[in-house]
Structures are given as structure tokens and as C-alpha cells.
Design a protein around this ligand. Sequence first.
Ligand code: GDP
Ligand code: MG
Length: 180
Amino acid sequence: IGGDQVQQHLYKILVIGDYAVGKTSIIKRYCTGMFSPNYKLTIGVDFAVKEVQWDKNTTVSLQLWDIAGHERFGTMTRVYYKYAIAAIIVFDLGRPTTFEAVTKWRDDINSKVVLGNQQPIPVLLLANKCDMKDSSIDKAMLDNFVKEHNFIGWFPTSAQSNINIDEAMMFLTGKVLEVA
Ligand code: GDP
Ligand code: MG
């Protein structure tokens, strides 16, 4: 055949966090470019795929898994976590309890999935709904928090106003390619 070898990879990425923080909206925004304020609650595991042209020879398919309605259990089954290479934990800047739940979700991930070399998977933190007028962000606190809890980083995001969604996913993709 000859020519450049084109690499195509499929990566499973979990999107986790409390109910109504914006997980489905973020996935939808990233994968379809759209936002709909009225959503249907779906029960079960669902995913969407986004193709990213990373460089001339590398196209990656990011398979974003939505926990769709299972948030209330506070943990997910191992089947959901299986073969995941990275995760995103989302919280809602307007609801402090959703931030308090972040470490619980983090522990759930750590206890259920590791990379092939037994290292923890990279986890990104998203502070969603930063478009809201009354949302205030304590940057120093979040910088410390991600360091302390071993996240790869954090972004303020808005699925509604399309703020930092692509940037956050690009950052995560870079980290995925480092550990893949
Ligand atoms: P999920 O339960 O985590 O999947 O959350 P959804 O994506 O279903 O969103 C929950 C609610 O928050 C919906 O009413 C969304 O329209 C709203 N929402 C999601 N993202 C944003 C955002 O960035 N800004 C604002 N203001 N609302 C959002
Ligand atoms: Mg949802």
C-alpha cells in the first residue's frame, strides 16, 4: 500500500459527576456542537463519539460515556469503567454539594479502573455552568485541589455558552495520547 501510516485509535473516556451538573450537555456540545436546555432523562449507559484530527498521521476517536441516570447510586459498576483510558468529573459551580461529591467520584474511579501499567487513569475536573451570573470561581482553591487529588487539571466550562469545552477536551486528548 505504501505511503504514510495512518493511525486510528478509539479511546473510552468516562464522564462522571452528580445529577444535573451538565454531563450530557457537555458531551452533546462537544460531539454535536449543540446545546438544548430541555433534555430527556435517559436511563442506561450511553456514549457519543467525536473524531479528532490530532496531527497529520493521527486521528483519534474519543468515545465519551455518559452515565445517564445512574448518578443517584453515587458509584458505577465495574462494567462501566472497563477499558476506560481517562475520565472527566463534572461539578456545577452553582451547587456546592456537587463539588463536595467530586472526591467521592474520584475514589470510585481509582478503586475500579487502572491503566495497563497499573497507574491511575488521567482525570480532568470541569467546573461547569461558568456562564451563570452568580457563579464565582476560587481559582487558587481549585489549583490546590487538583494538585492534592492528583487531577491532570481543571477548566471552568459552559456547555450552554460553549466556553472551554474544546480547550478542555484538547488538553485531555493530549494527556490520553501520553498514557496510551
Ligand atoms: P447531567 O444530569 O449531568 O447530564 O446534566 P444535563 O446535561 O442534563 O444538564 C442539567 C441541566 O443543567 C439542564 O437543564 C441543562 O440545560 C443545564 N446546563 C447544562 N450545562 C449548562 C451550562 O453550562 N450552563 C447553564 N447555565 N446550564 C447548563
Ligand atoms: Mg445526563
